[in-house]
Design a protein around this ligand. Structure first.
Ligand code: LAG
Ligand code: CA
Length: 474
């Protein structure tokens, strides 16, 4: 199926938003592999518009010019090198695939890979796509050709999303060009795809495109017959006719209600017990791709709402740690650069030049404008916890006031205290023994008694999180 990642049991994807390929290759080797990450989600790797008049914003990468692997993050050669080096340390690569549309109307010139294009003329010779490859005007019911009414399914899928020229996904030629792009990446050794704006594409078109894709590359270490992993960006917060379940046949869906649930739960621990709410239409665990924030909603784009971001500091640490400890969905962590201006591109990009590399400080944190949430102590340790308890469910739930704790089967135990002040004997469900507390880096040891109980203590305001597990000592 398209909903299974091939990660040897590793459980967490990290989105290295706007990172360069050379830096990602280094990060796979020096950090992501050893820390137990499953995969990196890239920014769109294909040729895109270069929008100097808006200061080379991050969102220029959501305006494709061709499927040449030549973007602000690097060249095709650098892309191939990154895929090979990451695969070699068991970290897989997932592409952000922007295939609903090409550039906006009114955009023209040369893309990041040197191809000419003209959005108004629907002319993209780098693929090539021309006017017949775009959704016929009479199939879009809105007056101005744009998406205005999210209550009309034809409009959401056949009209122009924020002025972006809409590809005609029913055309076999368009499907084949997209599949060729996917197959090029698969043959290089990529594991999967985040499908951008999938809500604006017909599920049948996605099914046809996916049906044309190759199996994953066995030379890159994937099992024979393995199908690519797909998750579809479908912003479904309830209240609209398009719902995530329409996409379950073609892979997983991004679960945006999870972002809200986590934000609400950190605000009020009493709400942490119902993070997965099927009554609200949330995707079942084996179909959900979950995250605390993404590159859109952290800056008020793409169906924002109540979300925690790196700007929330210790609340963010709590939200991501809880999400990693939970058993719901396949998890993606956001890794950001600092921003005030919501359009700003990555560090170093505002003059159109090269993106700056992250600086790795002596204590393992990042500098140079990069936040590197994935390297925050508690978050990176909880990635190890999630791997160690994979396959178990939540048990021994405890929540009173501003404290929460639970076990993952008999393999691990997690606790969190809103104000970093907690002492209680709780049932851990774990075998008797002496365990290293992960967040403290084994500075604290924990004794689980013969009856499964243990004294759980949290005395740390900044990182008010506790975790022990059977398979993650040391
Ligand atoms: C997505 N998911 O469905 C991406 O996650 C999201 O980041 C993309 O929008 C969107 N779909 C289209 O791929 C981003 C920005 C938009 C930006 C767009 C294209 O959130 O603000 O639009 O990328 O670059 C920009 C301008 C618009 C303009 C449009 C067309 O902000 O004002 O109309 O370009 O020229
Ligand atoms: Ca569309």
């Amino acid at each position: 199926g398209y909903d299974i990642p091939y990660c040897d049991g590793r459980q967490t994807i990290v989105h290295l938003f706007e990172w360069k390929w050379t830096d990602i290759a280094d990060e796979c080797e020096r950090f992501l592999g050893p820390a137990g990450f499953c995969a990196v989600q890239l920014s769109p790797p294909n040729e895109h518009a270069v929008i100097g008049e808006d200061g080379f914003p991050w969102w220029q990468r959501y305006q494709p010019v061709s499927y040449k692997l030549d973007s602000r993050s690097g060249t095709r050669e650098q892309f191939i090198d990154m895929v090979q080096r990451c695969n070699a340390v068991q970290v897989r690569i997932i592409i952000d695939a922007v295939v609903n549309h090409m550039t906006g109307l009114g955009r023209s010139g040369q893309g990041s890979g040197g191809s000419n294009f003209n959005g108004d003329n629907l002319d993209f010779p780098g693929v090539p796509f021309s006017s017949s490859d775009f959704t016929p005007r009479d199939m879009c019911p809105s007056e101005n050709g744009q998406i205005n009414n999210y209550g009309n399914v034809e409009e959401v899928r056949n009209c122009y999303l924020v002025g972006l020229t809409d590809l005609y996904g029913a055309s076999d030629y368009v499907r084949q060009k997209v599949a060729d792009f996917f197959n090029d990446a698969i043959d290089i050794g990529v594991m999967g795809f985040r499908v951008d704006a999938a809500k604006h594409m017909w599920p049948a078109d996605l099914e046809a495109i996916e049906g044309k894709t190759h199996d994953l590359n066995t030379a890159a270490g994937f099992p024979s017959g393995a199908r690519p992993f797909f998750y579809h960006e479908v912003i479904d917060q309830g209240g609209e006719p398009i719902t995530v379940d329409e996409y379950f046949g073609v892979g997983r869906t991004t679960e945006f209600r999870f972002c809200k649930k986590i934000a609400w739960g950190i605000n009020d621990f009493g709400q942490l017990g119902s993070i997965y709410d099927p009554g609200w239409g949330m995707a079942p665990s084996d179909k959900a791709l979950v995250f605390v924030d993404n590159h859109d909603n952290q800056r008020g784009h793409g169906g924002a709402g109540d979300v925690l971001t790196y700007k929330a500091g210790r609340d963010y640490t709590m939200g991501v740690s809880f999400a990693l400890a939970h058993d719901y969905g396949f998890m993606r962590i956001m890794s950001s650069y600092y921003f005030d201006n919501t359009d700003a591109g990555p560090p170093g990009s505002s003059n159109g030049g090269n993106t700056d590399s992250p600086i790795i400080n002596g204590d393992g944190s990042c500098g140079g404008g990069w936040v590197c949430e994935h390297r925050w102590n508690a978050i990176s340790k909880m990635v190890g916890f999630r791997n160690a308890v994979a396959g178990t469910n939540i048990a021994n739930w405890y929540q009173v006031g501003d404290n929460v704790a639970f076990s993952r089967g008999d393999k691990g135990f997690f606790a969190m205290s809103k104000y970093g002040d907690f002492d209680m004997t709780l049932q851990t469900g774990m075998p008797a023994g002496s365990y290293c507390e992960l967040i403290s880096g084994c500075a604290n040891m924990v004794t689980v008694n013969g009856d499964g109980t243990a004294q759980i203590s949290i005395h740390n305001y900044e990182e008010p999180v506790f975790a022990i597990c059977v398979a993650c000592d040391g």
